[in-house]
Design a protein around this ligand. Structure first.
Ligand SMILES: Cc1cc2nc3c(=O)[nH]c(=O)nc-3n(C[C@H](O)[C@H](O)[C@H](O)COP(=O)(O)OP(=O)(O)OC[C@H]3O[C@@H](n4cnc5c(N)ncnc54)[C@H](O)[C@@H]3O)c2cc1C
Length: 394
């Protein structure tokens, strides 16, 4: 493992920034993470982890924590028509049969990633407002008057990224006209709900998803529906549980039973971006949603940000300090194509999930056939690809 002594400044303490810090430290780099919020935190909702990222969480030593805080889903996972008629099983393994698909509470994932970092790495209350570069270093300015200088800066500051404008001209995110109601319920409130299944119901213009989190203590639900006028102007907002119930009236009685227990819910507007022309400028690069926000219809935003961090750490470790800017360019080349495929795939899958088909038999056949795409997605090992991408950089 390389011990290059590079100093790396990460901006953003979300899932992407925190995983990147873990992967970089595991590869011998000096890292600080600067987060704008006064404390790390996450909304009460779930995130689904898939084998293509879980193998990297394991590589940095977080396998046991994922096992403890996650909820592994198994072969009972299924797609249904809106009324509960079964469509197809859900792909829960890679092609080798390795099952590493877990629901996790987002707060548990952020805690797990943050707690694995050495003391002093995370600096909260630091909102990045500017960045300057010389030939040998990059310096971030924060709203609180502080500065952080490093050999490299990684902007993992989310879909509204402040530092992205230093890399590529501003462009508007694309709103897809849908919102997601999200929340978790104590399993004790719905004791018959399975704690080892990912389940999705598909209807006209709407779909409903559930999976367990926190070792099955909580059930995460997401209801995807067309946006109302109010939500078109907002990114996230508290939701009205009665409005959520009305959206899924007449669907499978299991959904109505689950929703009858909801007392608090949040709404998120669904945005992505067209693939960016570039992610990197000299010693600054983008990672996670700052580089490639995507629709949630493949459950890959967080998984792809974890792949990004592992790719970056692997390439930098092989490159050596003098080649740092070339290493960032190699990272971008490796990641852009893979991520653009996933971004496009998420858009296409959203059409399937919202049943934008005149013949539901065609939709059901596509949902069934989709298992092959999932296997390819899950089989991908970014470390193997990153090692190849780094050849010649040392
Ligand atoms: C409804 C929905 C469901 C989803 N489900 C899944 C799923 O099942 N699986 C999956 O893989 N993904 C899922 N995603 C996507 C996933 O949540 C994101 O892709 C992922 O969290 C991106 O991580 P990130 O670290 O890049 O960005 P963020 O999580 O947005 O983190 C960015 C961080 O940067 C901080 N920050 C912002 N600006 C600054 C600044 N100027 N200075 C310092 N700090 C700053 C923010 O406070 C934040 O902490 C879902 C998304 C939605 C909307």
């Amino acid at each position: 493992m390389a011990r290059s002594g590079l100093n790396i400044v990460v901006v953003g303490g979300g899932i992407g920034g925190l995983f990147a810090a873990n992967a970089l430290i595991a590869n011998g780099f000096n890292v600080t993470v600067h987060e704008q919020a006064p404390a790390l935190g996450e909304v009460g909702a779930g995130v689904f982890l898939t084998p293509n990222s879980v193998r990297h969480l394991q590589r940095v030593g977080l396998g046991p924590a994922v096992e403890k805080w996650g909820a592994r889903v198994g072969t009972g996972s299924h797609y249904f028509r809106h009324d509960g008629a079964p469509i197809a099983p859900v792909q829960v393994t890679d092609s080798s049969g390795w099952n590493a698909t877990y629901g996790m509470h987002r707060a548990d994932l952020v805690d797990m990633l943050a707690n694995a970092l050495p003391a002093g790495v995370i600096r909260t209350g630091h909102r990045a407002v500017d960045l300057e570069q010389t030939e040998t270093s990059a310096r971030v300015a924060f709203a609180n008057g502080a500065f952080a200088e490093g050999d490299i800066v990684i902007a993992a500051d989310g879909i509204h990224s402040e530092l992205r404008r230093k890399v590529t001209p501003p462009a508007r995110p694309v709103f897809h006209g849908n919102i997601a109601y999200r929340g978790v319920l104590a399993h004790a409130l719905i004791p018959h709900w399975p704690t080892d299944c990912w389940q999705m119901w598909l209807g006209q213009g709407k779909h409903f998803l559930t999976f367990p989190v926190r070792a099955g203590e909580l059930i995460n639900y997401v209801g995807f529906v067309p946006a109302d006028e109010e939500m078109k102007e907002s990114w996230s907002a508290p939701g009205d549980p009665d409005a959520l119930r009305r959206e899924f009236e007449g669907w499978d009685s299991r959904i109505e039973g689950l929703l009858s227990q909801v007392q608090k819910t949040f709404r998120w507007a669904l945005y992505d971006r067209e693939p960016l022309p570039t992610w990197t400028k000299d010693r600054l690069t983008l990672l996670g949603d700052a580089a490639h926000p995507m629709l949630p219809h493949l459950g890959q935003g967080a998984n792809q940000s974890i792949e990004d961090g592992m790719a970056l750490a692997t390439i930098l470790a092989q490159a050596g300090p003098a080649a740092a800017p070339a290493a960032l360019a190699a990272y971008e080349r490796l990641r852009r194509e893979r991520v653009a495929t996933v971004q496009r795939g998420a858009r296409e899958n959203g059409m399937r999930y919202d049943s934008a088909y005149s013949d539901l038999g065609v939709r059901d056949a596509e949902i069934t056939a989709h298992a092959a795409f999932r296997k390819r997605l899950y089989d991908y090992d970014v470390v193997r690809e990153a090692e190849l991408a780094a050849v010649g950089l040392a």
